[in-house]
Each structure stands twice: as structure tokens, then as C-alpha cells.
Design a protein around this ligand. Structure first.
Ligand code: SAM
Length: 247
């Protein structure tokens, strides 16, 4: 994998249309979002060979265009909200690079009837993007103040189909399983078996796997109809680590 891919994807470092999600955001940052969309579309095309996705699909592009990223970052980061890079959100955590959010969302192949689990709510941005595309998003955050803030933010912005819970996402969220897709937005040392169990046959999990604070591999895990699992490396990334007891 080219080093540039590592550099581009290092985003995560410092790092819904059945929709209960709100309609298109119209605000004074819409032009900046449009420019970011062009950057994302070209990066997705360039990385198409590696990622196995040909580019940004119209559905995912529309979802990204609708979510006001500036509402998901602290005030001092708002001027940078439409740059294609991760930004600090406090507690040593980050909102992921928009390109990584776009790629992970594409890889999930989300459909309007789908139910999605996210591990690592962070700011709530990835959950909001996914909420534009699917019926329901369940998201787990381990850091209490981040989880509370994300829940309030998502509610205030009208993302009624996202449910946030505090806890260790390693164990998934049995109550709402099985899921059509699972997105893990923190780096795990291995693919958590409880998450594989909670994936539907035919479901897809996108997860960065590798050592903490090193380059990891973004993996696509597909559960076949017979319950067996196939994995594919997508590209090198750098995510903050998955913490908690199960890692
Ligand atoms: N998806 C987020 C967003 O859109 O802002 C960005 C996620 S940030 C890169 C990783 C998040 O995973 C952090 O908020 C971190 O606290 C959380 N996290 C780490 N380990 C976790 C665990 N075991 N269970 C749930 N959340 C975890």
C-alpha cells in the first residue's frame, strides 16, 4: 500500500431515506461543505483500486453534504471543520477525517432498511452521516462526557434515529442485534468476536485492526450466508485505540 495512502488515511489520528434524520442542512458553511465534497470525491476515486469502491456514491455524497460537521467540533475547531483532516474533540479523542468517514460509510453499503452499530461515538459525526442512510443507528461511547455531549448534540440537531449508549463497545449491543453493518471507529488489536456474532449473515463490519499508536489496517469483514467470515484489508490507517476491558 502506498505511503501516501497512510498519510491520507491518517485522518483518524489525534485523531440516514427513511429518515428520522433532519433534512439538508442549509447554513453559512454550505459552500465550504461543497468544496470538501469535491476533495472527498477525488480522493475516493484515486483510492478506488485500494478500497475496492469506485468513488463516492450519490447517496453517501448526499449524506455527507447534509451533515454540518462544524456543529460536531468544539468552538475553537469550528474554523477548521471543513478541512479534510481529523480534529481534536477533547479527552484525547478526535472526530475522524472526512475521507475516512466517507470510505467507512461506503464500505458499509448502507440501505434504508438497515440497522447499524457504531463503536466509538466520539462527536457523533459518523453516526449522523450514517443516520441519513439507514433506519436506525446504535452507537456506543466509552468516555462518559463525550457520550453525553454526542447524545445531546444529535438530539438537538434532530437525529431521532440515533441512540447513544455509554459503555465498552468491544461487547457490542446484544439487545438490538443482529446488525446489517458495524463500524468500529477506534483501533482494535483483533476483530472482537462479540461483534462478529452480532453481525447478520450478509452483514459487513468495517474496523481498523492493529497495534495502538501504530499504523493499522482498515479491514472489511463480511459475514457469509453460512455464518463463515471473510476479511479483506482495505488500506493503512491510524486510529486512536479501542480501550476498555475486552481489547
Ligand atoms: N466516530 C467518531 C466521530 O464521528 O466523531 C470518532 C471516533 S474517535 C476516532 C474514537 C472514539 O472511540 C473515541 O471517542 C473513544 O473514546 C471511543 N472508544 C475507544 N474505545 C472504546 C470502546 N471500547 N467502546 C466504545 N467507545 C470507545
Amino acid at each position: 500500500m502506498p505511503t501516501s495512502a497512510v498519510r491520507l488515511a491518517a485522518g483518524a489520528l489525534l485523531a440516514g431515506a427513511l429518515t428520522a434524520a433532519p433534512a439538508a442542512a442549509s447554513d453559512d458553511r454550505a459552500d465550504e461543505r461543497q468544496r470538501l465534497m469535491q476533495v472527498l470525491a477525488s480522493q475516493m476515486r484515486e483510492a478506488g483500486g485500494a478500497s475496492g469502491r469506485p468513488g463516492l456514491s450519490p447517496r453517501v455524497a448526499a449524506a455527507l453534504e447534509q451533515v454540518p460537521r462544524h456543529a460536531f467540533v468544539p468552538p475553537d475547531q469550528q474554523p477548521h471543520a471543513y478541512q479534510n483532516r481529523p480534529l481534536p474533540i477533547g479527552h484525547g479523542q478526535t472526530i475522524s477525517q472526512p475521507y475516512i468517514v466517507a470510505l467507512m460509510t461506503e464500505l458499509a453499503q448502507a440501505q434504508p432498511e438497515h440497522k447499524v452499530l457504531e463503536i466509538g461515538t466520539g462527536s457523533g459525526y459518523q453516526a449522523a452521516v450514517m443516520a441519513q442512510l439507514v433506519r436506525a443507528v446504535y452507537s456506543i461511547e466509552i468516555i462518559e462526557p463525550l457520550g453525553h455531549a454526542a447524545r445531546e448534540r444529535l438530539q438537538a440537531l434532530g437525529y431521532a434515529n440515533v441512540t447513544v449508549r455509554l459503555g465498552d463497545g468491544y461487547h457490542g449491543w446484544e439487545e438490538h442485534a443482529p446488525y446489517d453493518a458495524i463500524l468500529v471507529t477506534a483501533a482494535a488489536s483483533h476483530i472482537p468476536p462479540p461483534l462478529v456474532r452480532q453481525l447478520k449473515p450478509g452483514g459487513r463490519m468495517v474496523i481498523p485492526v492493529g497495534a495502538a499508536f501504530m499504523v493499522q489496517q482498515l479491514m472489511l469483514v463480511e459475514k457469509n450466508a453460512d455464518g463463515t467470515v471473510s476479511t479483506r484489508q482495505i488500506l493503512p490507517v491510524v486510529f486512536v485505540p479501542l480501550t476498555g476491558g475486552g481489547r
